[in-house]
Design a binder for this molecule. Structure first.
Ligand SMILES: [Zn+2]
Length: 206
């Protein structure tokens, strides 16, 4: 188990999940090492996993009338609308996604993939299992660097990330949390770059 005082870099291996405890007031730096990788990001109240960061509860409260992409200064809320994280820094162009569910085995069946495909849903469970935890459900993730814009007609695009190697976001825990990450294994759509090649990412608790 990763100690909360450990500020070293941890790799989120390509196509896999990782989780870490972050105490209230500490910060989590999530790094897009190669610039092309989407990282599905979750946060759970460490004292009650049924309380978790909720994109649908956050969207109405950010911006003046609500927004679908959080940005620096925004408070991310849990499913009781309490602050769980604050978005402190973002060196990327700020393109992230809050509307697309974590990929799962069923998603890859829709994409005509035969057999088992790594997926963010299973990565959430695997990452949390390393800490001895089981999430009670799979909340809508904050899909860091995922580029799925919604146009004026409501259509969703599927594009490669616009982030650069080494871009990072910095998030502050507003309660004791367990954060989980999946380096998305999507290699059929260009979610993780036009080369459709999932790679690793990194995080650091500071
Ligand atoms: Zn995924």
């Amino acid at each position: 188990m990763k100690d909360m005082s450990d500020t070293s870099l941890t790799e989120i291996p390509a196509r896999h999940g990782k989780a870490v405890r972050v105490a209230k007031g500490r910060k989590l730096k999530l790094i897009n090492t190669y610039g092309t990788q989407v990282v599905d990001t979750w946060a759970f109240n460490a004292n009650d996993l049924h309380e978790f960061m909720s994109m649908e509860h956050t969207r109405p409260h950010i911006g003046s009338t609500g927004r679908i992409i959080p940005k620096v200064g925004d408070i991310l809320r849990n499913n009781k609308r309490q602050p769980i994280l604050t978005f402190l820094e973002d060196t990327s162009p700020g393109i992230h996604d809050t509307i697309i569910a974590a990929c799962d085995r069923y998603r890859y069946k829709f994409l005509n993939y035969q057999g088992y495909h790594d997926n963010c849903q299973d990565n959430l469970f695997a990452g949390m299992a390393e800490l001895g935890l089981t999430p009670p459900e799979v909340p809508q993730p904050l899909n860091m660097w995922m580029n799925n814009p919604v146009d004026k007609d409501g259509n969703v695009g599927w594009f490669a990330p616009v982030s650069k190697p080494g871009d990072y976001v910095l998030l502050r825990a507003e309660m004791d949390v367990v954060m989980a990450f999946s380096a998305c294994p999507q290699d059929i759509l260009p979610v993780n770059g036009v080369g459709c090649k999932p790679v690793s990412a990194q995080f650091q608790v500071i």
